[in-house]
Design a protein. Structure first.
Lengths: 300, 418
């Protein structure tokens, strides 16, 4: 019984990681339709931010908290530069955008290698986040325990979703973003500077990638190629979740995490991955537009 | 609207896939055309003698293989400073295997037929060794391979200076058994080394009254270990035998600690984590866990003090030395000893000199001897405990060098493996 619960929690925690890495992409890919292959490298930038901040602030806990906003700004700034220099010239050419951002991803990887060296770097996690909380003590040493780092990531993911949802619904910027997504021409005709809105959207989406990078330092390796391992999962979540919808991303992230964890327990990682992929293929046959779709009157 | 977008995405994916296929085809074509080139005998006519260094200087394996190349260069420099081999200075020719197995085969062919080197030193992964093996056998040229591997191989043109299974995995199991561990959980990356190693471990466990409670493989590069950790924890084994490679180790050990598992409750014995890897995983997660190798930076002895000091002087104070580096360094000296005994650079004469089993070297790990029939090296097995300073401290050793036995012929329990 303990096992079932700990696997359920594992599913939720895998889902939380997926959600964090896909959240930024759901803005840039989902809302703006930009296939940004460098998204994984923005996540990497966030992870390296923790490393750099720890060189200055030695207290592991404080440095992690400081790294969160710094990583958001660093990755966000990288996103804005990328948008300004390249992507905005390619909005009508998705194929070229894919290749160009892939090239940018390779450049960023090499840059990381040149600056930080090819081997992985290590960061220290605060002691509080390396332990676990015992939820239920079974007496035979097989207690139900929940890793603190996973709880932290889950909280962070949910906070980010809440902030993004509120931001899109309540703020003037959010309203403008939605207007541009739903009908770019009409939004422009109503006096919205669509170019500036695009840049802000890209800033927030890339910044969220930075936050994800900070969270990943608690569970995975921090190295130049960490982005490439992540990017496929992130795209999967957004595509299956449905383009242009946050709630799709949230539901699909947790569903895939849960499925991965439950299938993997009785089989192996590889079998679980195959089954997850097959399910996604079958699902997209049935609903090629993803779980949720944005209905608009635009003719595009 | 969505139909159009779907097609675009599919088209994008197709472009990427095609580009990747073309890239991998390119190197394969080169390999087959160059392997038909004429066989080059060793060129010993000049005032220097060329040797090949074949390591991945780019790609995923570069992190590890560059350190091996550094160690090889150190040995070459030392030998040259002492007057060279048979009066000739060694001229190293370095080629980049680029972490790509067909490229390894292609570059090996180039070193043999174009540079006509006396011997080649290098390769790391078993896949790259398997790729170059036919090239060396066909051209009757020498390769010195410096990394511990899964055994079950014995090429007449390869000298193996790293450990085979009975010098690393079997002593590690002996150690765990002596510690009173009666059950194991096996975690490994999904490729040839862990799968073969685990077959051996299971045969050993069967014969020695140990139970294997579970066996899990993660694809190379996999970084999600929460489920495997849950399984390990639920099984409650005495120890975990870890054959994971690369980034997966980082994720595994972070998860392991989060789950409340510790070295005194359930130690993890790893065979792919050396000093360099400890640095990138973090001592916070690794402290007190076990490793099995033949050499550590902390191994006592004058030869090692000299080696560590020379390495740090050449490459930097913060650079650790590790087992594969030491085996690479030793391989150049063993080749030199064989050449000097033969009095010639000719491959068959060098092999004949090595066959007698009297080629020895006072290596940083202690005295090593080339085993005539197997072309492996007699090595001392060492179990180490990872310290909070990132170095590995020996807690047990086999007392004397162990005779290499790549096919485990001398072990009754291993009969079923052949």
């Amino acid at each position: 019984m303990t096992l079932v619960f700990s696997q359920l929690f594992t599913g939720i925690s895998i889902g939380a990681v997926l959600l964090l890495i896909a959240l930024g992409l759901s803005l840039t890919f989902g809302q703006m339709n930009v296939i940004n292959m460098a998204h994984g490298e923005f996540i990497m930038a966030g992870a390296y931010t923790v490393y750099v901040v720890q060189q200055i602030i030695t207290n592991a806990g404080v440095s992690l908290l400081v790294a969160l906003p710094v990583a958001f700004l660093v990755a966000g700034a990288m996103g804005v530069v990328l948008e300004f220099l390249l992507i905005r010239r390619l909005y009508t050419r998705p194929l070229d955008t894919l290749l160009v951002t892939w090239g940018v991803a390779l450049i960023l990887q090499q840059l990381a290698r040149d600056i930080f060296g090819a081997p992985n770097v290590q960061t220290r996690a605060p002691d509080l986040l390396t332990g676990s909380i015992t939820i239920f003590s079974s007496g035979d040493g097989n207690d139900l325990m929940v890793a603190n780092s996973r709880l932290f990531i889950l909280t962070l993911a949910l906070l980010a979703v809440a902030a993004l949802t509120l931001g899109l619904r309540m703020t003037p910027l959010g309203r403008r973003i939605r207007a541009v997504v739903q009908n770019r021409d009409l939004a422009a005709a109503s006096g919205i500077a669509t170019g500036r809105v695009d840049r802000m959207t890209f800033f927030i989406g890339s910044g969220l990638a930075g936050i994800a990078g900070v969270a990943l330092t608690l569970v995975g390796p921090i190295g130049p190629t960490m982005g490439t391992n992540i990017i496929i999962d992130a795209f999967l979540v957004v595509v299956v979740g449905g383009i242009g919808q946050l709630k799709g991303t949230v539901i699909v992230a947790f569903a895939l995490g849960m499925m991965q964890s439950l299938v993997e327990y009785s089989t192996t990682i590889s079998v679980a991955k195959v089954l997850v992929f097959l399910t996604i293929v079958a699902f997209l046959q049935w609903r090629p537009q993803g779980l949720f779709t944005l209905r608009t009157r635009s003719l595009a | 609207m969505f139909r159009v977008r779907g097609r675009r995405i599919a088209a994008c994916a197709a472009v990427v896939a095609t580009a990747m296929t073309l890239a991998s085809c390119g190197s394969r074509v080169d390999q087959s055309s160059s392997s038909t080139a004429a066989t080059g005998a060793v060129d010993a006519s000049g005032t220097t003698i060329k040797v090949g260094l074949l390591n991945s200087l780019s790609g995923t394996m570069a992190i590890s293989e560059v350190t091996v190349k550094n160690a090889l260069m150190l040995a070459v420099d030392e030998i040259n400073a002492a007057g060279g081999v048979l009066g000739k200075k060694i001229e190293p020719v370095s080629e980049d295997g680029a972490s790509d197995w067909p490229t390894f085969a292609e570059k090996a062919q180039k070193l043999i037929s174009q540079d006509r080197v006396a011997a080649v030193f290098g390769c790391w992964t078993s896949a790259s060794r398997k790729a170059v093996k036919p090239v060396f056998e066909k051209n009757k040229a020498l390769l010195f391979y410096p990394v511990q591997y899964e055994g079950l191989e014995q090429s007449p043109y390869i000298y193996y200076t790293g450990a085979t299974t009975n010098q690393q995995i079997v002593p590690a199991l002996d150690y765990l058994k002596a510690q009173g561990k009666t059950s194991l959980y096996l975690v490994g990356s999904d490729y040839v080394f862990p799968r073969t190693a685990n077959k051996i471990i299971k045969a050993y466990a069967d014969a020695n009254g140990m139970k294997v409670l579970g066996e899990d493989y993660a694809p190379l590069g996999s970084t999600e270990f929460s489920t495997i950790t849950n399984k390990v924890k639920a099984a409650g084994a005495g120890a975990v035998f870890n054959t994971l490679n690369g980034d997966s180790n980082v994720a595994f050990f972070k998860e392991y600690k989060s789950a409340g598992l510790t070295a005194d409750k359930m130690p993890v014995l790893s065979v792919s984590i050396a000093e360099e890897e400890v640095k990138s995983i973090g001592t916070q997660y690794l402290a007190d866990q076990l490793t099995a190798w033949n050499y550590y930076q902390t191994t006592p002895g004058a030869a090692n003090e000299k080696f560590v000091k020379a390495y740090k002087a050449k490459y930097g104070e913060d650079k650790p030395t590790s087992d594969p580096m030491e085996a690479a360094y030793v391989s150049v000296y063993l080749w030199k000893a064989m050449v000097e005994k033969a009095g010639a650079f000719d491959v068959e004469k060098v092999k004949a000199a090595g066959a007698a089993g009297d080629i020895t070297f006072d290596a940083p790990e202690g005295k090593v001897t080339v085993d005539g029939p197997t072309q492996h090296v007699h090595k001392t097995a060492r179990i180490g405990k990872i310290g909070s300073d990132g170095l590995i401290n020996e807690v047990w050793n086999s007392g004397e060098p162990i005779k290499p036995d790549p096919y485990l012929k001398d072990y009754a329990w291993a009969k079923s493996l052949a």
